[in-house]
Design a protein around this ligand. Structure first.
Ligand SMILES: [Zn+2]
Ligand SMILES: [Zn+2]
Length: 335
């Protein structure tokens, strides 16, 4: 008999499932990997075999231009990994295709959440609470100061800014995978049916979302605009890196906005020269993290990928066993 849970081993570059010799979201290339979702800090290229949801594989194919060794696993389908271990992909509510991964071995159940959120998102399947013995949670926004307002409020601010600046455009910085499509889908849900203009770096991912059934309405490339004037009174979406670079000079008097959970921190908005901070995050905020741990109610919580200390302390105060994992190589491509 081996010790409980000795089959799952956190290493600095990922979580190793020993009897199956497979890694979850490894930060370096390995022979076999399970990948929770397509953000670059989780989905590296170059693995021998990658097991992920069909949407995550499509995102990786788009980004790395290869489909070699891809094995698709649908939500809810149990995949035998060898060594008596099985994996089941469960929606994580983070971005299209994002998953928690339930690993089962010798009657023990471990869930690795990847990144997740509990707030509604029209562009992906919602997080499903699933019982387990060990719950390995992210903690990107693991401080009580981080509370994300309802997205409707933030979308309302964006539409108000647009109404108040009919001769300008509102330039929204948003990550190309997930955030951009969520902002667009929420604008559509709020009744905004005008053309939304895109930076070229957004185009392929928006098309991929549409191919996976997420309607985004009338999108056009800024590079195809007949004139600056065509974009007056419009909303333009670009990667955060484009907000202050030469590219934005082709826009009519842009008001700079940014959609990110970090916009809760005023200094961050100021640093980036953001005039209209929009607190829109694809991660669980403090309340979602603590409520999710309470709902899942595991024997043990392992905390990774962010601000571990405060959540560790919260677990202790609520009599929950917990430990912090020191994984490296996870940065916020997404927030
Ligand atoms: Zn992510
Ligand atoms: Zn991440």
């Amino acid at each position: 008999m081996t010790a409980p849970f000795s089959w799952i081993r956190p290493e600095p570059w990922g979580i190793h499932i020993v009897p199956a010799d497979i890694w979850v979201d490894p930060s370096r290339a390995v022979p076999r990997a399970l990948v929770t979702h397509g953000h670059a800090d989780h989905a590296r290229g170059g693995h021998g075999t990658t097991i992920a949801t069909p949407a995550t594989l499509a995102i990786m194919e788009l980004r790395y231009n290869t489909r070699e060794g891809a094995v698709a696993a649908a939500y809810g389908e149990s995949v035998a990994l060898g060594g008596g271990v099985s994996a089941t992909f469960i929606p994580a509510g983070h971005v299209l295709g994002s998953s928690q991964i339930l690993l089962e071995h010798a009657g023990e159940r471990v869930i690795i959440t990847g990144d997740y959120k509990r707030a509604p998102d029209p562009t992906c399947a919602p997080f499903a609470v699933t019982p387990c013995d060990i719950f390995i949670t992210e903690a990107t926004f693991g401080l009580p100061v981080f509370t994300h307002p309802p997205i409707g409020e933030e979308i309302g601010k964006l539409l108000t800014a647009r109404d108040e600046n009919p001769d300008a455009c509102i330039l929204v910085g948003a990550y190309a995978l997930g955030k951009a499509q969520r902002v667009i889908a929420e604008l559509r849900a709020a009744g905004h049916s005008d053309t939304i203009w895109l930076h070229g770096a957004m185009e392929a991912m928006c098309r991929l979302y549409e191919e996976h059934g997420v309607a985004l309405g009338d999108l056009r490339l800024v590079s195809d605009a007949p004139s600056k004037d065509a974009m007056r009174g419009a909303i333009v979406i670009a990667p955060p890196s484009a907000l202050n670079d030469r590219w934005s000079r082709r826009l009519p008097d842009p008001v700079t906005a940014m959609a990110s959970g970090w916009m809760r921190v005023r200094a961050r908005a100021r640093q980036r020269g953001v005039e209209l901070p929009l607190i829109i995050s694809d991660h669980a905020d403090w309340n979602e993290l603590t409520q999710t741990i309470a709902r899942v109610n595991p024997q043990e919580t392992w905390i990774t990928h962010g601000r571990e200390e405060a959540l560790l302390r919260w677990c202790e105060l609520s009599q929950r066993r917990a430990r912090a994992l020191a994984l490296v190589g996870y940065e916020d491509e997404d927030d």
